[in-house]
Design a protein around this ligand. Sequence first.
Ligand code: ATP
Length: 238
Amino acid sequence: MLKVQDISVSYGLHEALHGVSLTVDRGEIVVILGANGAGKSSLLRAIAGISDGKVRGAASLNAQTLTEKKPDSIVETGLALVPEGRGIFGALSVGENLTLGAYPARARAAEKENLAKVLELFPKLKDRRAQIVRTMSGGEQQMVAIGRAIMSNPDVLLLDEPSLGLSPILCQELFHNLAKIRDTGMGVLLVEQNARQSLAIADRGYLIENGQIIGAGSALELANDPAVQKAYLGASTS
Ligand code: ATP
């Protein structure tokens, strides 16, 4: 469904991402693991058409080219990004944020169904529709951000470090919800530093280091790989 081919991103003379290729299918969670500065956000922003750098290579969704398209047309094609820092409107209510998510033409006819889907995934938001988002906890704001992205009726959801700043309990809830989202048939591309919990729910994963994919495999293969355990799962070096 989502196919990324040989994407590179440069900021001025500095090439941060070098020829990255990956795929995400319907109904699977694909996780990208990498250290700070490895190029994970650069990759997601390039796919979503909001890169600050110069992007080369190609990305397509359901065989429609994404590269060269404006961010709003990329959303219309069926891709939604929940950026690091969430990208929601703090001064607006939960309900207003969700309604804004349904603005793309592809989402309008299905607004009611998508709202029902979001409230089923995140029942807590039901009684909070009038609450101003900036008064919510980090975990609740993350639900609003993901809910808003789902309101745009995406085929593929991109999430940039959604667990950042969440307590262990909220992290658990978040990863559980991501698995539920995958079970609705959506493809999920997840960038995370929380390797343990993301590999526990993911189907496949890629390892990114210094702007390059250095490994790939099923979530189980990656979780059992000694190099992954050492780098991301806190295994001892001896
Ligand atoms: P983190 O986990 O810390 O967010 P990351 O893996 O998402 O890291 P990126 O944010 O993609 O990594 O950054 C990759 C490299 O590109 C870094 O060296 C970063 O300094 C550089 N970079 C990212 N955005 C810009 C920008 N707008 N201008 C210049 N350099 C940038």
